[in-house]
Design a binder for this molecule. Structure first.
Ligand code: HEM
Length: 397
């Protein structure tokens, strides 16, 4: 199994030599083994390179690379579990909750925006905080991917949490774990269920705009597309419907429903599933010439996490096509009806879904970032990268 250190084009990798480690997890791509001593787990491979480059790297970069690998491995050797920081940063969870509380008071929508990070982070190469990385001259981050541009927001809330955690326990709590705790808090603080999160994730060293753009679903999606997408992550129809209940809080832009209001499936007409009264309201909120960044509530109680979202779907008052489709499609409708009548069933299924979503892990090496927006400074990595480029006349990755 090889983990690319550079990009798909890059030929320098870290590979796992020992497949009999004592604990491991499955990611959607491969299996990653934890808990082994560094020496037995990791080696450095150069695939398809000439002896000249191999020699150069051996002489110049190997000692530094080993230090770098040691850093990665030393933080990677653990599994996800509740209370992961109970010894290293016992205040972690209360610090996150305090910052989330402050932000809820300052701008109620911001906690919904943070909850959304969990979805957009975990579906793209696992829950590794990749969504939080800013673009760099050599890497296009996920913030400007199709589903995220002009839409994902409240990154500054995560910055604030990270700053508070770095003050209390420097270099301990990963940004990927911050997303997990903060998403849970967003729900618990707005009236939804509270649950214990499994922690111990690492932050990615890179992000992929292309992956994000190709994976994250469009608001136009129908239930079949969504069911198939979630299935790829071992998430069931029940998980899909329950997790869509996240739209119980927050807002969306008119941009996301213009087709639905004015030209559903190229008919030049609105989606017939929209309740006529609600359609009138939407025409007022999102007239044809509206600034499409204008936002509208995702359900009738946008700052309370409850089952109103499902009641709205039953009444034809779902905002997004991807919401209302869950009611019009028979397989998903059963769950929508159940959750509209029974909030506890919804909450239980939601927690289960969030835990499963949070268990999607990256198979790449990681670190605990100091700043969630940038990977930690790493001269040895850059040295290898530039060596490789020099040798191959490669352009920037
Ligand atoms: C089932 C597939 C899903 C689709 C197609 C979808 C799509 C969307 C879209 C289009 C928006 C509004 C974007 C905009 O107009 O700027 C949105 C907002 C939101 N989504 Fe989803 N979403 C899905 C699932 C989820 C999941 C699983 C979560 C959380 C675990 C989530 C949490 C949220 C939240 C909280 C908001 C409101 C954010 C805010 O107010 O800033 N969504 N979603």
């Amino acid at each position: 199994m090889a983990f690319s250190l550079l990009s798909n084009e890059g030929k320098v990798g870290i590979y796992n030599q020992n497949k009999t480690s004592r604990c491991c997890f499955l990611s959607k791509y491969s299996q990653f083994h934890f808990g082994e001593p560094l020496s037995s787990r990791i080696g450095v491979a150069l695939f398809g390179q000439g002896p000249k480059l191999l020699l150069k790297i051996k002489i110049m970069a190997l000692p530094m690379l080993l230090i770098f690998l040691f850093h990665i491995a030393s933080v990677a050797s653990s599994n996800l579990r509740p209370g992961f920081y109970s010894k290293t940063c016992p205040q972690a969870e209360s610090i996150v909750r305090d910052v989330m509380k402050k932000n809820l008071i300052r701008e109620p929508r911001s906690v919904a925006s943070v909850l959304r990070f969990q979805f957009h982070d975990c579906f793209v190469n696992g829950c590794d905080g990749s969504v939080l990385l800013d673009d760099t001259p050599t890497m296009l981050g996920e913030k400007l991917a199709l589903s995220n541009i002009n839409s994902l927001r409240s990154f500054e809330v995560v910055d604030e949490v990270k700053e508070a955690l770095e003050k209390a326990c420097p270099g301990v709590v990963s940004c990927a774990d911050i997303i997990m705790m903060a998403s849970r808090d967003a729900v618990a603080l707005t009236g939804g269920p509270n649950w214990e999160v499994r922690l111990g994730r690492l932050d990615s060293l890179t992000a992929s705009q292309d992956n994000s753009s190709s994976i994250m679903p469009s608001p136009r999606s129908n239930a079949t597309t969504l069911i198939n997408l979630f299935k790829k992550y071992d998430l069931s129809v029940k998980d899909l419907v329950a997790l869509s209940g996240s739209h119980s809080i927050g807002k969306a832009r008119c941009f996301s429903i213009m087709f639905r209001l004015y030209n559903q499936s190229g008919t030049g007409k609105p989606d017939p599933a929209i309740d006529p009264e609600y359609r009138k309201e939407l025409y007022k909120l999102c007239p044809i010439d509206v600034d499409q960044n204008v936002t509208v509530n995702l359900d009738a109680t946008p700052v309370v996490f409850d089952n109103q979202y499902f009641k709205d779907l039953v009444a034809g008052r779902g905002f997004l096509n991807s919401d209302e489709t869950l009611y019009t499609f028979p397989t998903t409708r059963t769950f929508v009806e159940l959750y509209s009548k029974n909030q506890k069933e919804f909450f239980d299924a939601f927690v289960e879904g969030m835990l499963k979503l949070g268990d999607l892990q990256s198979d790449k090496p990681g670190e605990v970032r100091k700043n969630c927006r940038v990977v930690n400074a790493r001269p040895n990595h850059l040295l290898l990268e530039s060596l490789y480029k020099q040798e191959n006349g490669h352009k920037a990755i």
